[in-house]
Each structure stands twice: as structure tokens, then as C-alpha cells.
Design a protein around this ligand. Structure first.
Ligand SMILES: [Zn+2]
Ligand SMILES: [Zn+2]
Length: 248
């Protein structure tokens, strides 16, 4: 399957891979890549860069929302082959190295296999390399506080819960929030459409995930680019509130 590239705003692209999304922020030839899909999304990732007129060598940095396999897939590849720095929240750096793993286990999936969509999703995950571990050899914490000096000038915002070091990325001038798995708009294991949390078993700490919805909802914006599901237009505050209502 080819990755589907969708232009959201000037220089901002949401890309749909295999049940997971990444974002390209472009400034001239240079780009910031936010997340990298599953390991099996590599060809789609490279195609998406070409489609926006860029290339792996022009990636100024890879920003990771959180170090799950469906977001970290090609981070180490880009670092090793192209020298691209890989930045995360300091609490997520050891997770990207795989000093520990805060991801749903096979036992969690088996326990939840009765839920609609979980089994086909699990088969798909295996097919796109979702159970392979591709640790990042030298992940780095964000080099500065506040807006990063990278294409798109994204502002990392710590939203722990889904994992300890999960971050969303705010583009304040464009009113865009790249929300990773802190707030999604759909998933292969959910029948709901629109703003929601992932099913409980995906979160390392569900209570903190819920608390972080307040952090996301406080960001000024009217466009949500989630880690899973389609682009969502509408106030980010209202999206966070809807996800909270559905979770309770
Ligand atoms: Zn995740
Ligand atoms: Zn995910």
C-alpha cells in the first residue's frame, strides 16, 4: 500500500501509512518529520518525502511523539543511514533505546481479542513489522525549551500517560496540534469515529492519559493531526472534551 499524503496547510502534510500516521513539516527543501510509521512503512515514508519534493537527506530532524513501534519504525534507519538526529522528550529517550518497553504485550492483545477489530488489527501489525524492535541507538532529548529551531517551528508539549514521555507538537501560528496517541480520531480496534482515546489496553497509564487531555485541550488550535485516524477539523479543546466524555 502506498502512503497517502494530504496537504493540511502551507508546508504541513499528514501522511496515512498502515493504520498509522506521520507528519511532514516543510520549509524550503528542509523538512521536520514527526513520527515514522511502522518498520513496514519505510517505502511509504520515503515515497511521501519525495511526493512533497524532499528527500531523506533533507530531513533536519525526526521528532517522535512516543517510542511505540508504529511511530518509531524508521527512526533508527534515518539516523544510521542519513545522520538524522532523533529527538524526544527526556522521559521518552530511554524508551526509544529500549531500556524498557511500555507497549501492549501479546498477552494484553490476547486478553482483548474478543473486541471487534482486535484480531485483524493484530494480524496486520505482525505483517508490517509491528512486533519487531528497532531501538534508536542514540536518541536525544529536545535541544531547547519551547519552539524548536526546525522547519515548522514545532513546540513539544509533554502529555504523559500513553507512555511516560509522550509529547504532542503544537504549531501555534497555524493552529495545528500533532497529537500522536494522546488523542486520536479513529483506530482499527475502535468503531467510533472522531476524537477519542485509544482502547484502554494501549495506555501505559490510563489515568495520566486522561489527565493529559486537559493539557491537549488547553492548546490553541482548530486542526488535529492524530497518530491514528483522519485529520480532524474543529476546536482542539472540543476534541479533547469529546474524547474525555467517551472515555468516562
Ligand atoms: Zn502508541
Ligand atoms: Zn500509535
Amino acid at each position: 500500500m502506498r502512503a497517502e499524503v494530504r496537504q493540511v496547510a502551507d508546508g504541513t502534510y499528514l501522511v496515512h501509512g498502515h493504520n498509522t500516521n506521520w507528519v511532514i513539516l516543510k520549509d524550503g527543501d528542509a523538512v521536520t518529520l514527526v513520527d515514522t510509521g511502522y518498520p513496514g512503512d519505510r517505502s511509504g515514508l520515503l515515497e511521501s518525502l519525495a511526493e512533497v519534493g524532499s528527500s531523506p537527506d533533507a530531513v533536519a530532524a525526526v521528532l517522535i511523539t512516543h517510542a511505540h513501534n508504529d511511530h518509531l519504525g524508521s527512526a533508527e534507519y534515518l539516523r544510521a543511514a542519513h545522520g538524522t538526529p532523533v529527538y524526544l522528550h527526556p522521559a521518552e529517550v530511554p524508551h526509544a533505546r529500549r531500556d524498557f518497553l511500555q507497549q501492549a504485550t501479546i498477552a494484553d492483545v490476547v486478553r482483548n481479542a474478543w473486541r471487534p477489530g482486535v484480531l485483524p488489527w493484530a494480524v496486520h501489525v505482525i505483517r508490517v513489522g509491528g512486533t519487531e524492535q528497532h531501538p534508536v541507538t542514540s536518541p536525544e532529548p529536545f535541544p531547547t525549551e519551547g519552539a524548536l529551531d526546525l522547519p515548522g517551528r514545532p513546540v513539544p508539549v509533554h502529555t504523559p500517560g500513553h507512555t511516560d514521555g509522550h509529547c504532542v507538537y503544537h504549531l501555534p501560528d497555524a493552529g495545528i496540534v500533532i497529537s500522536g496517541d494522546a488523542l486520536v480520531s479513529g483506530h482499527a480496534t475502535s468503531r467510533l469515529k472522531g476524537p477519542q482515546l485509544l482502547p484502554d489496553f494501549f495506555h501505559h497509564d490510563r489515568a495520566r492519559t486522561l489527565a493529559s487531555l486537559d493539557v491537549v485541550g488547553a492548546l490553541d488550535g482548530d486542526t488535529l493531526l492524530p497518530g491514528h485516524g483522519p485529520l480532524h477539523h474543529g476546536s482542539v479543546r472540543a476534541a479533547a472534551e469529546q474524547a474525555r466524555e467517551r472515555a468516562s
